[in-house]
Write a protein that binds this ligand. Structure first.
Ligand SMILES: Cc1ncc(COP(=O)(O)O)c(C=O)c1O
Length: 399
């Protein structure tokens, strides 16, 4: 007799990942002329310095990378953050406050394992926005915490204000994920909201995990970030971790390269956990990453290309589907009435794959699924492909 292996039941409480749900919904593999706008995977050319730097460091493939990465990588990140957010010298200690990660996805997941201990004998809470990047919920559940989906302050196209939750909830909170610019809506948390969120984390003793991986893709103004908030508030980087990535900034989602920076005590615990279960960044990749964080010219070109695509979207979509220019990121979040039905029609009638908004949100007891009416359209292709896709979307969905 063969006994079945015992799987972790908590996995069954998670919905399938959005792309698996999409594959089930649409069936069939994408044809070669399919325009894939379901995944936020930039198709712009990666900067040449990636291949050049990796090649120049090829002798390092034979070395296991240290869990905290090479000092040069950490310095490049610290310098970038200081320039980007106008940080005072010494706020970020590159030795103690920065870790390399193999893309922020795994780090956003793993951090919950490091910080979700019981809170006063009670099961810890993890706060998430709704809609949200689905990794946060998987992280919370698999760490044994209870996810709390916090709606936007001003409807589903706005940022949540964690500081406005009841004190009993905040006292039980171990971790809160803030995503600005937000995936999927592209909304940006303003400086006042960041300040309230950091203060709440400090007052109630939880970790604020700021997912800022779209911070460099902005339309009119660079979004503020929590490191800037920390500089303004004093108290160092207490209770704050920022997650950022080269995937979107530098068009290298396949490089798997990001960083976590923040509170030294939390970084130390996270580093300890990562030395058991984290994916270290290969040294040639770390060298390329350091070069990318030191270069802004390719990022400016990337932003211009996204702006041109937003101009196109504005011209073609006009006021249809509640179109607005996202303040950050590269997704259109379109109100089409029924996101799943629209995704099916776009697939069958126009060979375009988009993601139903419902797959990026959780049922809310009051309002149902806040993403249900929407589709998320990733503007990750070149201008010509984007134009074809947008015209097809209007032709199929009208509006
Ligand atoms: C909100 C958000 N956070 C994190 C990630 C992870 O990006 P990466 O693992 O490539 O750094 C993504 C990727 O799509 C994302 O949309």
């Amino acid at each position: 007799m063969i006994l079945q292996p015992h799987l972790d039941d908590r996995l069954d409480t998670l919905p399938d990942y959005p792309f698996a749900r999409l594959a089930k919904l649409l069936g069939g593999a994408p044809a070669s002329d399919t325009i894939v706008m379901s995944i936020g995977e930039p198709q712009h050319a990666p900067p040449a310095l990636v291949a050049e730097t990796v090649a120049a460091n090829a002798h390092l493939w034979g070395k296991y990378p240290p869990a905290n990465g090479p000092a040069d990588f950490r310095q490049a990140v610290a310098d970038w953050a200081a320039r980007r957010y106008g940080l005072p010298a010494g706020l970020i200690d590159p030795e103690r406050s920065i870790l390399p990660v193999a893309g922020t996805r795994e780090a956003l997941y793993l951090i919950a394992q490091a910080v979700c201990g019981d809170r006063g004998g009670k099961r810890p809470l993890v706060l998430l926005p709704n809609p949200f990047y689905q990794v946060y919920a998987g992280a919370a559940v698999m760490a044994g915490a209870e996810p709390v989906f916090v709606p936007g302050q001003d409807g589903s196209v706005s940022q949540p204000d964690f500081s406005a939750l009841p004190a009993e909830a905040l006292e039980r909170t171990a971790l809160a994920y803030l995503c600005s610019p937000a995936n999927p809506q592209g909304t940006v948390a303003d400086a006042a909201l960041l300040e309230r969120s950091v203060k709440a984390a400090r007052r109630y003793g939880f970790v604020l995990a700021a997912d800022e991986c779209y911070s460099e893709i902005w339309d009119k103004a660079p979004p503020p970030g929590v490191l800037g908030t920390c500089a303004a508030l004093g108290e160092g980087l207490a209770n704050v971790l920022v997650f950022n990535s080269l995937s979107k900034r530098s068009n290298v989602p396949g490089l798997r390269s990001g960083f976590v920076a923040g509170d030294e005590t939390v970084i130390r615990a996270f580093s300890r956990l990562r030395s058991y279960g984290g994916a270290a960044m290969p040294l040639p990749v770390a060298a390329a990453a350091a070069a990318l964080w030191r270069d802004e010219s390719h990022v400016e070109k990337t932003r211009d290309l996204y702006r041109a695509k937003l101009d196109l979207a504005e011209a073609i979509l006009g006021r249809r589907f509640g179109f607005y220019r996202p303040a950050g990121g590269f997704f259109l979040w379109l109100d089409v009435g029924d996101g799943e039905a629209a995704a099916i029609r776009l697939w069958r009638e126009a060979n375009i794959r988009v993601l139903p908004g419902a797959y990026l949100a959780a049922e809310d007891s009051e309002d149902g699924n806040p993403g249900g009416r929407f589709i998320r359209v990733a503007l990750v292709h070149d201008l010509a492909t984007t134009e074809i896709a947008l015209r097809r979307i209007v032709a199929v969905l009208g509006g």
